[in-house]
Design a protein around this ligand. Structure first.
Ligand SMILES: Cc1cc2nc3c(=O)[nH]c(=O)nc-3n(C[C@H](O)[C@H](O)[C@H](O)COP(=O)(O)O)c2cc1C
Length: 374
């Protein structure tokens, strides 16, 4: 499983694990993979705390930080985070806030104590992501900055390169991959529609080879639907230099999730996910529930663009996560996950997951080797 990227990043296996949870990031990197911390939900101050914690728990292994600077979003151009937030707040119709609040109230999800109310605008914009880049680059073991939902701005790419780190960017279409390459991105992550979180419409098996061909010789990581080592073998056989995974790490021992949320994931089948704009404003794959259905229902307000819809739902994300076990919270909870959720049937440690992936890969490689003519 050793590819050039393993040497460039100093890792054993080209298995990249996206997670918002620092324990998962550290554990995956410790196990020989490459943990990547999703920074979108953290203020710069929180991100500093998370990175410091990972530095202390990751030994001498590297890790990455993932930002969300969308190619298109409301309020684009404003670079002062406070002004941007004020400007955006004024654009949110009361009806959207009322609709979200009623859904939570109807399902008995408790309110947060005032001191725990979340900030509404986090890292969904260039203005709010810029300080996150500064924080991430101040940590030596951060060897990769990844970006979701668009090509990172040229000043971010230059800045990351000047600090000697690599830049990766996700895509769901071939033309986005080419745009990343032309902008100077070092690694393209091709995510098929199966994937959890924001995702496009093209299936992994169809997308990966097209992206690999379009940006060659730039390294491509295959993402979207990966839950087994056999799938990793398929991705590497197609020419990917590694895999980028997300859903797999939602139900590991190290994940911070509440038991009720983990239970929702373990119970779900591959048929239980939906691409919905109802939480963030862009199509995002998650477990289908009464929240996603309600926003599709007759008379429901149309989800706003990013980051406005996320500002409307920030309180709901915080409440359904904190009170995940309250009687009906899971019916309206934000549970982003990909179709690979159908393969998630037990809680394992990160080390066990990496071990199982490597074992499955070896078995698949052996199966192929046995097919060679003698
Ligand atoms: C809960 C969850 C949250 C995600 N949030 C982000 C994010 O903030 N930034 C990002 O680049 N990708 C995000 N993703 C996508 C992952 O980085 C990854 O591309 C995707 O999970 C791969 O597909 P898989 O879920 O089938 O493994 C998220 C995925 C999940 C499951």
């Amino acid at each position: 499983m050793h590819t050039d990227l393993c040497d460039r990043l100093g890792i054993e296996f080209p298995i990249f694990a996206f997670s918002h949870c620092r324990d998962v990031v550290a554990a995956v990197s410790q196990a020989g993979g490459f943990g990547v911390l999703g920074a979108v939900g953290f203020s710069p101050e929180q991100l500093e705390i998370e990175c410091r914690w990972i530095d202390e728990h990751v030994g001498d292994r590297p890790y990455g930080v993932d930002l969300v600077i969308p190619a298109k979003y409301e309020g684009q151009g404003e670079i002062d985070p406070a002004k941007l937030e004020e400007q955006l707040r004024a654009m949110i119709p009361a009806r959207h806030r009322e609709f979200a609040a009623k859904l939570l109230a109807d399902h008995g999800v408790p309110e947060l104590p005032p001191e725990n109310r979340a900030r509404e605008l986090l890292g969904w914009t260039a203005a709010t992501a810029a300080p996150q880049v500064e924080v991430a680059l101040a940590h030596e073991k951060v060897r990769l900055i990844a970006n979701a939902l668009g090509t990172p701005p040229s000043d971010v790419i230059e800045h990351v390169h000047a600090s000697g780190r690599l830049v990766a960017a996700l895509c769901g279409r071939v033309h986005q991959a080419v745009r990343h390459r032309d902008a100077g991105v070092d690694i393209v992550i091709a995510q098929g529609t199966e994937g959890g979180g924001h995702t496009g419409e093209i299936g992994s098996l169809v997308l990966w080879p097209q992206v690999i061909k379009a940006v060659a010789p730039l390294p491509v990581l295959a993402a979207g639907g990966i839950g087994t080592g056999e799938q990793i073998a398929a991705a590497l056989a197609m020419g990917a230099q590694g895999v980028w995974t997300g859903s797999l790490w939602l139900a590991v021992e190290e994940a911070e999730a509440q038991p009720a949320q983990i239970e929702s994931y373990l119970r779900a089948t591959s048929e239980d996910t939906v691409r919905s704009r109802s939480w963030t404003g862009k199509p995002c794959r998650m477990l289908r529930n009464e929240w996603t259905e309600a926003w599709e229902g007759e008379g429901a307000p149309k989800p706003l663009g990013m980051p406005l819809q996320g500002m409307v739902t920030m309180d709901a994300i915080a409440r359904t996560s904190r009170y995940a076990s309250s009687a009906h919270a899971q019916e309206v909870a934000f549970n982003p996950v990909g179709q690979t959720v159908g393969l998630m049937t037990e809680v394992r440690s990160c080390r066990e997951v990496i071990y199982d992936l490597v074992e499955g890969y070896v078995e698949a490689a052996d199966r192929l080797a046995a097919l060679a003519p003698r």
